[in-house]
Write a protein that binds this ligand. Structure first.
Ligand code: NAY
Length: 294
C-alpha cells in the first residue's frame, strides 16, 4: 500500500450558480489541482461537500474527475462514506469500475453507532471491491474518537490499506503507527501537517492542498529531507491561509479563494454559507502577499 504515499487534495466540488453540481466547473477545479504536482486526488470527501450531495451526484462527479485525470500521473481515491452501507457499496463499485485506485470512507456517522457496527460497516465495504480501503479517524465529524484497539482492529482488517488520521491526538497517532508499521498513514490537518510528518505520516490529505498543492508537496519533501527550517516556513504560510479561511468558513473560504485566482467553481451548497460578505477580497488579499506568489 505504500505506493499510495504522498500528498492528496481533498477535492472541492464545482456547482453552478443555483448550487447544482456542475461538470464544467468541476473540470475547472480539476485542471487547476492536477497542475500542482500532488500524488493524487481524494474525491467526494467532506471537502467535496459530500455530506450535502446525493449518491447520483457523487457518481457523476466520480466520472467527471476520472475523465479529467486521464493522461495525468495522479492516483484517485474515492471517498464513499455516506449514511447507509448500501449507498456506500454502490459508490465503491462505481469507483472501481471507473478505474479509481483506492477507496476511503468516513465511519458511519448518521447515528451514534457502536464500535461493532462501525467494524461491520468497514468489513462489508472492504469486501465489496478489490480496492484498498482507507479508514478514517475524524472525531470533529463523528463526535467521538475511536479507541486505540478499535483503530488497530480496523487497520488489521483484510483489504484495509491505511488510515486518514484527522485528529490532534498525536500520541495516539504515534502508538498506532508503531502497532501498524505496514499501514499507510495520511495526516488530515493541513495547518499542522508538519507534526504528522515528524511522527511518521506517509502523506497527507487536505482541503487547502486544492489551492496550495505545490506548497504542501514542498513541505512534505522538506520534512523527508530533514530541512526543518524550510518546512516551518511553509507551514507558517499554510497557517496564515487557514487562519483567513476560518474567518469565512473553510469550504466557502476555499471557493472564494478559487474565484480570487480565476478558477470559477460556484458557491457552496446551502446551508454552507460564507460568514463574511467580502470573502473573495479577503482571500485575494492573503494570496496577493509576495510569499504566496508561486
Ligand atoms: C475530506 O475531504 O474528508 C477532508 O478534507 C479532510 C481534511 C480536512 N479535514 C476536515 C475535517 O475537513 O483539510 C482538513 C481541514 O479542512 C483543514 O486542515 C482546515 O482545518
Amino acid at each position: 500500500a505504500k505506493q499510495f504515499s504522498g500528498m492528496y487534495a481533498a477535492l472541492m466540488t464545482g456547482m453552478d450558480d443555483a448550487g447544482e453540481f456542475s461538470p464544467d466547473r468541476q473540470r475547472n477545479i480539476d485542471a487547476y489541482v492536477l497542475r500542482q504536482g500532488l500524488a493524487g486526488l481524494y474525491v467526494g470527501g467532506s471537502s467535496g461537500e459530500s455530506g450535502l450531495l446525493g449518491t447520483d451526484e457523487l457518481m457523476a462527479q466520480q466520472a467527471v474527475v476520472a475523465e479529467s485525470a486521464k493522461g495525468h500521473d495522479a492516483r484517485l481515491i474515492a471517498h464513499v462514506g455516506v449514511p447507509s452501507l448500501r449507498d456506500s457499496v454502490a459508490l465503491a463499485r462505481r469507483a472501481e469500475a471507473l478505474g479509481y485506485h483506492a477507496l476511503s470512507a468516513l465511519p458511519p456517522h448518521a447515528y451514534p453507532f457502536s464500535d461493532e457496527e462501525v467494524l461491520a460497516y468497514y468489513r462489508a465495504l472492504s469486501a465489496a471491491t478489490a480496492l484498498p480501503l482507507i479508514v478514517y479517524e475524524v472525531p470533529i465529524r463523528t463526535g467521538r474518537p475511536f479507541g486505540l484497539d478499535t483503530l488497530v482492529q480496523l487497520l488489521e482488517m483484510p483489504g484495509v490499506g491505511g488510515i486518514k488520521f484527522t485528529s490532534t491526538d498525536l500520541f495516539k497517532f504515534s502508538m498506532l503507527r508503531r502497532r501498524c508499521p505496514d499501514s499507510l498513514f495520511y495526516f488530515g490537518f493541513d495547518e499542522v501537517y508538519i507534526t504528522g510528518a515528524a511522527l511518521g505520516a506517509d502523506g497527507g490529505i487536505g482541503t487547502t492542498y486544492n489551492i496550495l498543492g505545490r506548497l504542501y508537496v514542498a513541505l512534505d519533501a522538506a520534512m523527508r529531507a530533514g530541512d526543518l527550517a524550510h518546512a516551518q516556513e511553509l507551514q507558517d504560510l499554510s497557517q496564515r491561509f487557514v487562519e483567513a479561511l476560518l474567518e469565512i468558513g473553510v469550504l466557502p473560504g476555499m471557493k472564494a479563494a478559487f474565484r480570487a485566482i480565476g478558477v470559477e467553481c460556484g458557491p457552496t451548497r446551502a446551508p454552507l454559507t460564507p460568514k463574511i460578505a467580502d470573502a473573495e477580497a479577503r482571500m485575494k488579499a492573503v494570496l496577493d502577499q509576495p510569499e504566496f506568489k508561486r
